[in-house]
Design a protein around this ligand. Structure first.
Ligand code: NDP
Length: 313
């Protein structure tokens, strides 16, 4: 039998708001799949949905919310400011609100600490220069993006504001000018990328961490790791349950994505892991398994060291 748990099902933001510990992810959830996934998840106990403009499916996410019949007031809904909208965050937010069919978000995050410049041709959300390189505005000051996020917060259209993909150097820089401490830093987190130092920095500054790609993203590759599988076998649960529980045991929100009803249901199961289990999971990266899975092109263009810590940390 799975180990019973008294783990928290909610965490608290620095705004005082409660945030459900397990969210449904919606990235790479194809049109036609995500509407049902969101509706099924909400009907089966999820109360936290993680969306983003760049996932190009916010319309369907919104339809899924309506289909579920769960009142909007019971749902914690997150979305993200896309890189092309940094100079006009309010317009980016409005597009998201319109697509989701809601008039407020519970949490609005800056998706990446990088601004992309819209170009005349090509995908307007992932613009490239005429020579094929990413249209990155390296002179853009992220303090200005955050100032706009603070204005949005003051408007009441979002109940909390936060970040994604911010490393310690980027956070230190933003801290010099922020008036509102970000509520959240949503980052790639799993046993192959535990980010111990970043986790500590965020805890010390009252920022809740949210773990994305907890299973290793597409195809859930971390599930086949023998040491993770051994812990799962010991507790008689799936490796996915161990990988999801790892974050809740650490005091972080976790965002597994699935469009399968069976996996959406099982991904809500969270168990208490022993100190020994946690030490094994926390130590895998340092034992040579360190790996960053999410490597968007604008990351490579900038050079990871610009905003990421080394993967071994
Ligand atoms: P996950 O680590 O959640 O893995 C998703 C993959 O695992 C899918 O292929 C899914 O397939 C499969 N899967 C899900 N549950 C199980 C299970 N129990 N057993 C076996 N396979 C399973 O990856 P994501 O990269 O999607 O990350 C999760 C969410 O985090 C995203 O959807 C998004 O909301 C957010 N995110 C945020 C980012 C940011 O920059 N802020 C970046 C990346 C992600 P299937 O659907 O068929 O079940």
């Amino acid at each position: 039998m799975p180990t019973s748990t008294t783990l928290p099902t909610y965490f608290q933001l620095n705004t005082g708001a409660k945030v459900p510990a397990v969210a449904l992810g919606t990235w790479q959830s194809a049109p036609g799949e995500v509407r049902n996934a969101v509706s099924f998840a909400l009907k089966n106990g999820y109360r936290h949905i993680d969306a983003a403009l760049i996932y190009k499916n916010e319309n369907e996410v919104g339809q899924g919310i309506k289909d579920s019949g769960v009142p909007r007031s019971e749902i914690f809904l997150t979305s993200k400011l896309w890189n092309t909208d940094h100079p006009n965050a309010a317009a980016g937010l409005q597009r998201t609100l319109d697509a989701l069919g809601t008039d407020y978000l519970d949490l609005y995050l800056v998706h990446w600490p990088v601004r992309l410049v819209p170009q005349a041709t090509g995908d307007p959300l992932l613009p490239v220069n005429p020579d094929g390189t990413r249209a990155i505005d390296r002179s853009w000051d992220q303090a200005e993006t955050w100032r706009q996020m603070e204005e949005i917060y003051a408007s009441g259209k979002v109940r909390a504001i936060g970040l994604c993909n911010w490393s310690i150097p980027y956070l230190e820089e933003l801290k010099k000018t922020w008036k509102i401490v970000p509520a959240v830093n949503q980052c790639e987190l799993h046993p192959f990328l535990p980010q111990h130092e970043l986790r500590k920095w965020c805890a010390d500054n009252g920022i809740l961490m949210e773990a994305y790609s907890p299973l290793g993203s597409t195809g859930a590759p971390l599930m086949s790791d023998p040491e993770i599988a051994a812990i799962a076998e010991k507790h008689d649960v799936s490796p996915a349950t161990v990988l999801i529980s790892y974050h809740v045991n650490h005091g972080s929100v976790v965002i597994p994505k699935s469009v399968s009803e069976k996996r959406i249901s099982s991904n809500r199961e969270v168990i208490r892991l022993s100190e020994e289990d946690m030490a094994v999971l926390d130590g895998l990266a340092a034992k040579g398994k360190a790996k960053r899975i999410n490597t968007p092109l604008f990351g490579w263009d900038l050079g990871f060291e610009d905003w990421y810590a080394p993967v071994s940390q």
